[in-house]
Write a protein that binds this ligand. Structure first.
Ligand SMILES: Nc1ncnc2c1ncn2[C@@H]1O[C@H](COP(=O)(O)OP(=O)(O)OP(=O)(O)O)[C@@H](O)[C@H]1O
Length: 364
């Protein structure tokens, strides 16, 4: 992958319809296993794009390639025309934020502090200004806190700003992760299963929240197994099967495509969206390798793929200088960050499978 340290201007909101993400020919191999193969995907401003596919299809791996956690074996990822740098901290700086499939909050920090952690990429004050608490630093700190409170209000958690993150209900922890991602003023946000574990009411609220994020001018790329949610939410949906993009199109096209039904959905999804017309595949690669030669059972995955500890820090924070930790719990943050630096992105569990129709997890 081509790498440069150039970063795009993250704070400028592009005109609607401008391409913010342009992934070309992204391929990710782990030894003999090709988890993602030659995937092209664009996301434009003002758009919500869904990424769906069976367990192990390569969705999270693709996200990791977009956010600098993995450097793709082949291909190139551009954000607002600039080739992305190969580290997650710089990718966040450039303007891409993400949430994780397994919630990664600083559990012993307050709700407000968690959002402030997400803000550190936009705080330009250095170590000495922080240590000496110079006026410039105090001003930046006050502005960061104000922005964090605005974001908490945006997600409806302003009254819980001083609660410890670990004491929030699960659905609110997911929302807090989104607020923390938004704190870096992204132009693109990647959401990895934002409704996993949520009840229908929370899922509906999450849907509304994502629409509001889109309306703020932020492009959204979302992985989900809840097909009703995806087809109601997304302007475009791409389907990954065995690491390859099978089809990309609007909700009606994708949910009516017989190959998608066969490979993933199982049956047409009842949704609030219009009934599916005849399939019109935009991109239809040859049948994804069915011989399984590339496939390795998940339990043979390398040890760095151990299930993520929920107390882990986001990789973005992992690379943040310790002096930028926003609270006296900096050591907590630092400790978590070290864990995150090991990039322990979770392996798909073999005994937990998703039911695409309901979006719920079932024991296999
Ligand atoms: N670090 C890694 N080392 C080796 N193999 C990996 C690694 N990360 C992912 N894989 C493998 O890549 C394949 C794609 O996994 P990935 O987690 O991207 O799928 P997914 O579509 O996100 O699945 P799910 O819907 O279950 O989250 C799987 O076979 C997985 O075991």
């Amino acid at each position: 992958m081509t790498t440069t340290t150039q970063s795009a201007d993250a704070t400028s909101v592009p005109a609607v319809g401008e391409t913010v993400l342009d992934a070309r020919g992204v391929t990710m191999r782990f030894g003999g296993l090709t988890a993602v193969r030659d995937v092209n995907l664009t996301v434009n401003s003002g758009e919500i794009v869904g990424l769906i596919g069976p367990n192990g299809a390569g969705k999270t791996t693709f996200f990791n390639c977009l956010t600098g956690l993995y450097v793709p074996t082949e291909g190139e990822v551009r954000y607002k025309g600039q080739v992305l740098p190969p580290t997650s901290y710089k990718v966040t700086n450039a303007g891409i934020a993400r949430t994780f499939q397994n919630i990664r909050l600083f559990h012993n920090m307050t709700v407000l502090e968690n959002v402030l952690v997400g803000r550190h990429t936009r705080m330009k004050q250095g170590l000495w200004a922080a240590l000496l608490r110079l006026p410039g630093f105090k001003k930046t700190e006050a502005e960061a806190e104000q922005r964090a409170m605005e974001l908490l209000e945006f997600i409806g958690l302003q009254d819980k700003a001083q609660h410890l993150a670990k004491n929030l209900p699960y659905g609110e922890q997911r929302k807090l992760e989104i607020a923390r991602a938004l704190a870096s003023d992204p132009g693109l946000i990647l959401l990895d299963e934002p409704t996993a574990g949520m009840n229908p009411q929370e899922t509906r609220a999450a849907e509304e929240l994502i629409f509001k994020i889109r309306d703020m001018g932020i492009a959204v790329l979302v992985i989900e197994h809840d097909m009703r949610f995806i087809f109601n939410l997304c302007d475009r949906v791409a389907v990954l099967v065995q690491g390859q993009k099978l089809i990309e199109g609007d909700s009606a096209t994708v949910q009516g495509d017989e190959r998608v039904i066969a490979a993933y959905l199982g049956e047409p999804v009842e949704s609030e969206a219009a009934p599916a017309p005849a399939p019109a595949a935009e991109e239809a690669p040859e049948t994804p390798e069915a011989d399984g030669t590339d496939e390795a059972p998940a339990d043979e995955a390398p040890s760095d793929e151990a299930p993520a500890d929920e107390a882990e820090a986001p990789a973005d924070e992992a690379e943040a200088p310790a002096d930028e930790a926003p609270s006296d719990e900096a050591s907590d943050a630092e400790e978590s960050s070290e864990d995150a630096a090991e990039e322990t992105d979770e392996a798909p569990s073999e005994d937990t499978k998703h039911d695409p129709a309901s979006g719920k997890e079932n024991d296999a």
